[in-house]
Write a protein that binds this ligand. Sequence first.
Ligand code: TXA
Ligand code: MG
Length: 321
Amino acid sequence: MLTPATEESIAAAAALLRDGHCVAFPTETVYGLGADATNARAVAHIFAIKQRPSFNPLIVHIGEAAELADIAEHPPAAAGALLRAYWPGPLTIVVAKRSRIPDIVTAGLPSVAVRLPDHPVAIALIRRAGRPIAAPSANPFGYVSPTRAEHVDAQLGERVPMILDGGACRVGLESTIVAFTTGEPTLLRLGAVSVEAIEQIIGPVRIAAASEPVQAPGQTPRHYSPSVRVSLIDSPAEVPTMRRDDAALLAMGPVDDADGFARVCILSPANDLEEAAARLFACLRELDDSDLRHIYAIAPPQAGIGRAIADRLRRAATRPA
Ligand code: TXA
Ligand code: MG
């Protein structure tokens, strides 16, 4: 059920969570499908609703930074420096876990992913529930993450007892994930907290290569995918006129040479990459619901949040094996 987030509905959602049910809620990145992270049965519902392979570990959301100590071992200094700079915010750290977090949350890994979201509804919900909340993005496994409550409702509405509606997500891409489980900080997923920003605080980070064993499902080549075919291009000139009439052109900012495309989506008329990121997933969903055959996406510049946008577009463009 889609419910506007109010003090009363947040209290009702917190009660559902304490009783072992799942609730969908907004964060600044994307909507999450939450359950009590200390209750293995409640967490099992998440996997059933998402039809997600159970070997994928979940992010545990906390309501204040001090709660990290209850679920994780004391983090390395670099992790501490990073979370002091970016919490609350779109940054997830992976650190050694404590036994309070059941194995189903971490898929048996000795580490746990933790995040303090920067959204008043998420924070209020977690605090009212009085426990850490495990939450993946609230979409069926492998599909585009939801950035509006309506996206959750359209796909999971019948299976989730409550969807708290907090409007459109400000960031629109999933959080940046940095693991501190080996001596070397490793970036597992690109996001709004850019590589440049992280390196300014903790020095060089390793970026996990696609060929490494999959630790994060966001690392699987095909992910965040609409069902319409997506191709990444550098310029509209690569698309001949005859291919344009059943195709959409998706661009970060204004473009020349958009003639003949059935649809043209300019994610940010002001050419602001943060605005483009915030609108990307909603736009992919909308194009997926149309009868277009192809989405041609112009690759953003490979810097700052542009790298995270390019990463999601590349995965969306990967054809099923
Ligand atoms: O922005 C976000 O992070 C959103 C909102 C709801 O907070 N959540 C999200 O969750 O994107 P999900 O489940 O779609 O992605 C979680 C990512 C996965 O790539 C997972 O493999 C990784 O976190 N992860 C979780 N625990 C891990 C661990 N112990 N080691 C390595 N990766 C881990
Ligand atoms: Mg996800």
